[in-house]
Design a protein around this ligand. Structure first.
Ligand code: SF4
Length: 355
C-alpha cells in the first residue's frame, strides 16, 4: 500500500486551535502560482511504488478552483502510475462547499475524487465561534447535504472533543442521526493547545481554559460508546468508520507503509534502492517553494528542491519504535512479524505482552 499526500498550504482564515502549516490565501494569483510550483515538484519527483491512495489535505484544499484541481491531477497522472488508485480524498471546509456549490463537488468527482473529508469540528455555534471556524453548525449540515446530493458516498467528518466542559454526546448523536445519512467515517481528535495558536494566546490572557484531563477522558469514553452504538468500528485511537470505510490512506501511515509527500511542509517515508527507510520533509516555506517552482524545468531545478528539504535515514531502532507506536494506535495492534528481533526490545515486558 503506497500513497501520495499533497499539502495545500492555504486557508482563508486561521482557526484558533490549529497548528498545521498554512498561509492566508489573499487572491487567486496566490493559489495559481502555488499550483504551478506544485506541478513542477510533481514533475521532478520519483516514487517507485504503485500509487494506491491520493490524499489532498492542508491547509484547506477546497480554496482551490476546479481548474487548479485539474492541473494537479493531470500532473499526477502524467508522472505516476495511478491506474490502481483505490482511494482519492480531498479535505474540504463547509464554507467553501456552500460557496462553490454542487457543480464543484461533481467536478471533483469527475476528477476521480471518491472520498471527501469535511471539517465540521462541532455542532455547537458557541464552540465554532471560539474555534474561529468560518461556518456555523447549520452551514456545516447544509454542506454535508450538498455532498450527499452530489452522490459522494464516502464522507468523513472531523470533530473535536475536550474543547469545553460538559460535552453532551446525546446532542452529537442526535445531530449525526439527523444528517440524513450517517457519515461513513468520523475522526474525533482531542483538542491540544499548540504554542503560538490563538487559543494559546487566549489562555495566557485568562480568556480560555481547557477542561481537566478527567473531563476529557469522560468525553472520550462517552464518544466511544456513542459511536459504537451507532455501528462504527473504532479502528484507530481517534478514528471510527462504518464497516469497510476505514481510511486506506491513513491506515497506510499507521502500517508504516511508504508514502510521498508533496507541497511545503509535507513529509514522506521512502524506501530507497538499498532498502533504507528515509524520512524526508519539505520546509514550511511557501516563498522558497514558489521560487523553486518558477525555475525552468531540467536537472538544475530537480536538484534545487533539495535546498528546501531535510531528510534522515531511520535506524533499525527508529523503525521498531515507529512500528510499535503506530501499531498501538490501531485495533490491529503491533505486528510482531514486522518488528525485527532485538535484545533490548524483547526485554521490555510491556512490549513482549503486546506481541
Ligand atoms: S483547522 Fe483547517 S481551516 Fe482551520 S486553520 Fe487549520 S488547516 Fe486551516
Amino acid at each position: 500500500m503506497s500513497g501520495i499526500y499533497i499539502h495545500i498550504p492555504f486557508c482563508k482564515t486561521h482557526c484558533t486551535y490549529c497548528a498545521f502549516y498554512s498561509e492566508l490565501l489573499r487572491d487567486r494569483q496566490g493559489s495559481e502560482s502555488f499550483v504551478s510550483a506544485l506541478c513542477a515538484e510533481i514533475e521532478d519527483s520519483a516514487f517507485p511504488d504503485n500509487v494506491r491512495t491520493l490524499y489532498i489535505g492542508g491547509g484547506t484544499p477546497s480554496v482551490l478552483s476546479i481548474s487548479e484541481f485539474k492541473a494537479i491531477t493531470a500532473a499526477l497522472e502524467s508522472k505516476f502510475p495511478v491506474s490502481g488508485l483505490e482511494e482519492f480524498t480531498v479535505e474540504v471546509n463547509p464554507d467553501d462547499i456552500l460557496h462553490w456549490g454542487q457543480d464543484y463537488v461533481e467536478a471533483l468527482k469527475s476528477l476521480g475524487v471518491n472520498r471527501i473529508s469535511m471539517g465540521v469540528q462541532s455542532f455547537d455555534d458557541g464552540e465554532l465561534h471560539l474555534m474561529g471556524r468560518r461556518h456555523n453548525a447549520e452551514q456545516a449540515k447544509s454542506a454535508y447535504n450538498l455532498l450527499l446530493n452530489s452522490h459522494i458516498d464516502n464522507i468523513s467528518i472531523d470533530l473535536i472533543f475536550g474543547f469545553r466542559e460538559g460535552l453532551d454526546t446525546a446532542v452529537i448523536e442526535a445531530e449525526l442521526l439527523n444528517l440524513g445519512r450517517l457519515p461513513q467515517h468520523i475522526s474525533c481528535y482531542q483538542l491540544s493547545i499548540e504554542e503560538g495558536s490563538g487559543l494559546d494566546r487566549m489562555q495566557q490572557k485568562g480568556l480560555y481554559a481547557m477542561p481537566a484531563d478527567e473531563e476529557c477522558e469522560r468525553q472520550y469514553y462517552a464518544i466511544c460508546s456513542m459511536l459504537k452504538r451507532l455501528g462504527y468500528h473504532h479502528y484507530e485511537i481517534s478514528n471510527w468508520a462504518l464497516p469497510g470505510f476505514e481510511s486506506r490512506h491513513n491506515s497506510a501511515y499507521w502500517n508504516h507503509s511508504p508514502y510521498l509527500g508533496l507541497g511545503p511542509g509535507a513529509h514522506s517515508l521512502i524506501i530507497d534502492e538499498k532498502g533504507n527507510f528515509i524520512r524526508r520533509w519539505n520546509d514550511e516555506c511557501l516563498e522558497k517553494y514558489l521560487q523553486l517552482g518558477s525555475m525552468a524545468p531540467g536537472s538544475e531545478r530537480q536538484r534545487a528542491w533539495n535546498t528546501l528539504r531535510g531528510e534522515e535515514r531511520l535506524t533499525p531502532e527508529q523503525i521498531r519504535e515507529e512500528r510499535i507506536f503506530l501499531g498501538l494506535r490501531t485495533d490491529k495492534g503491533v505486528d510482531g512479524q514486522r518488528i525485527p528481533e532485538d535484545k533490548w526490545f524483547v526485554s521490555d515486558s510491556i512490549i513482549v505482552d503486546m506481541l
